[in-house]
Design a binder for this molecule. Structure first.
Ligand code: FAD
Length: 373
């Protein structure tokens, strides 16, 4: 089997293929994957998923991540859970509604008052009216996941040898039972899986452009990372702006939320905060949908996110050491409003998988499993 794309979707397909006894050759156009899979929070995020297939996919993926985490310590998998924090009464009312959802137990939700929030996460010394603990949420280390999984495959962790990683090779052509890379080399295969991420032109482009509007669109996000904070932030954190975006919170109380801060509204921002294994804080994010995307980083959005993080933590965050933007592809809501991602057999024996959007890191192992099913 040949896989085009060295991001988390391509790599999870390699894992699931090796489990089923396929020999795998994985090609990546860059010297190392540099797409959404290394730019994200590493959140394995169950809490905000829509009831039904989306929640089931995320929960299956959470199980697969936990199993992989036990086998591959380099993933940095931690069953840390998350806290979504209410600023005031309106947000708290919405969190209460979420805690009473029929599937709240599957999400491992528990509504906490401020004292109980601080007992779970003592780093939270700031202002909030309460929090929703989601014990099902987890964290992995995005800068480590891909090399760690490849090391596991190369060491025969999913069965004896049969995994080859070919970086610096862009797949440019597809023929029956073979793909060609930009050097002209052909790679024979029984099955090819294309996981090109947000590359909507190139080899996958002709399939995505076929007949009508594209089944996927792109979204750009801004992120930053601080120097290490001396104290542990025991859970992942989300602020109440996340209640505006995640489908699980599409409940009556959402209509009663106060208006969003202007800077947050402009950048479609929500605060998500994850402490990295080295103590640094990954903080984001924003959402830009209209292309052409900005090529530079917007400081207003960063100031808003920093202020939000400091309000919740009750003190200054360490200096910012890195800033970046990332782009993911997600299913186009105008084409497939209920799809969780895009999979199509674009030629006989050639499967294109992309478009998981903001749930891609979370759901990647379960999406790869579904491809083989
Ligand atoms: C800032 C940000 C934060 C996010 N946070 C989270 C989060 O916390 N949790 C979560 O669940 N999801 C999150 N996401 C979404 C998640 O990161 C993506 O959905 C996921 O990483 C997509 O994986 P992928 O493998 O499809 O794409 P990518 O990671 O973009 O990988 C695609 C790879 O394919 C390569 N490629 C493209 N074309 C070719 C070709 N022709 N030949 C060879 N190689 C090719 C590219 O170079 C790239 O390395 C976030 C995304 C961003 C941008």
């Amino acid at each position: 089997m040949v896989i085009a794309g060295g991001g988390v979707l391509g790599t999870m397909h390699a894992v699931m293929a090796r489990r089923r006894g396929f020999e795998v050759v994985q090609l990546e156009r860059e010297a190392e994957a540099r797409g959404a899979s290394v730019r994200n929070f590493g959140l394995v995020w169950v809490s905000g998923r829509k009831a039904g297939p989306e929640l089931s996919l995320a929960l299956r993926a959470r199980e697969l991540w936990a199993d992989l985490g036990a086998q591959v310590p380099g993933l940095g998998f931690r069953a840390a859970g998350s806290l979504t924090l209410a600023t005031g009464d309106a947000e708290l009312t919405l969190l209460k509604e979420a805690a009473a959802l029929p599937d709240a137990d599957r999400r491992e939700f528990e509504l906490l008052d401020p004292a109980a929030v601080r007992a779970v996460n003592p780093a939270l010394r700031g202002d909030f009216a309460g929090g929703l603990l989601c014990r099902a949420d987890a964290i992995v280390e995005p800068r480590q996941v891909l090399p760690a999984l490849r090391g596991h495959l190369a060491a025969g962790g999913e069965g004896t040898a049969g995994y080859e990683w070919l970086p610096g090779r862009e797949v440019t052509e597809i023929a029956p039972n073979a793909v060609r890379d930009h050097t002209g080399a052909w790679h024979q295969c029984d099955l090819a899986v294309l996981c090109p991420g947000a590359a909507l032109t190139g080899v996958a482009g002709r399939y995505l452009a076929r007949g009508g509007p594209s089944p996927v669109r792109r979204v750009r996000l801004q992120m930053m990372q601080t120097a290490p904070l001396a104290e542990r932030v025991t859970t992942a954190l989300a602020d109440s702006d996340s209640l505006r975006y995640y489908p699980a919170y599409d409940l009556p109380g959402r209509a009663l939320l106060p208006p969003q801060a202007a800077a947050a509204g402009r950048a479609r921002a929500q605060l998500l905060l994850v402490q990295r294994a080295d103590g640094g804080l990954t903080i984001g994010d924003t959402h830009e949908y209209a292309e052409p995307f900005a090529f530079d980083l917007d400081e207003d959005a960063y100031e808003h996110l920093r202020a939000r993080a400091e309000t919740l933590l009750g003190g200054p965050i360490p200096p910012v050491r890195r800033r970046w933007a990332g782009v993911y592809s997600e299913v186009n809501p105008a084409v497939a409003p209920h799809a969780l991602y895009h999979r199509a057999e674009v030629e006989s024996g050639v499967i294109l998988v992309t478009g998981p959007g903001g749930r891609g890191m979370t759901c990647s192992p379960a999406i790869a499993e579904e491809t083989f099913r």
